[in-house]
Design a protein around this ligand. Sequence first.
Ligand SMILES: Cc1cc2nc3c(=O)[nH]c(=O)nc-3n(C[C@H](O)[C@H](O)[C@H](O)COP(=O)(O)O)c2cc1C
Length: 220
Amino acid sequence: MKKILSLLLSMTLVFSLAACSGGGATSSEGGTSEPSSQTPSESEAPSNSETPEESAEPTEETGGTLIAYFSWSGNTEQMAQMIQTETGGDLFEIEPATPYTDDYNTLLDVAQQEQANNARPELASQVENWDSYDVVFVGYPDWGSDAPMLIYSFLEAYDWEGKTLVPFCTSGGSGFGRSLDKLPDSAPGANILEGLHVSGSRVDGSSEEIAAWIGGLNLT
Ligand SMILES: Cc1cc2nc3c(=O)[nH]c(=O)nc-3n(C[C@H](O)[C@H](O)[C@H](O)COP(=O)(O)O)c2cc1C
């Protein structure tokens, strides 16, 4: 009897051990939401296959050139396009959130009012990947011997530390006006290079002048 009892006990022990080890394998194969599921997912994706993906993640590139401009009647836009041809940079149009009137006389009043109030009109959009640009050309028409106030909104919207700012301008004849003196306050930290002014009526024939100016800037 003792022998039978001891035989039964040994058999029970053998079965329960087998059941334990079998249960462990099942949970590690199928229990994806259980804590033990971490083990298979780690072994399914070997760590050395993750490393290249992580290191291949795009790091923010620098060294780019941006040509940002505001233009009401097209002259400064044309100059911006010529600068793009010369530099291969990206174009960005600075636009007000509320578009300016199409009426010249009304615009004169609006521009004067904005200047008198030292206004900062709201911008319609922002430059993407600002950090990827090292050189930023900023172009505008002369409005009342100054830049349109929208240009100061633009300058003050970004971090200029370490950037090179190159101003350009078109006008009826008076040039940059007061704007060149005001740029450093609105773009602190920027290295401001020599700008180029072209009369609005002469933009068409100014490609050589633009090429010579850009060549002389020694941009890398
Ligand atoms: C509101 C306003 C104010 C202007 N003020 C001046 C000025 O003070 N001096 C000047 O030479 N030209 C002035 N102009 C002429 C423009 O600067 C010139 O036509 C410029 O090339 C226009 O550039 P855009 O076509 O890119 O807008 C003014 C034009 C406008 C619309």
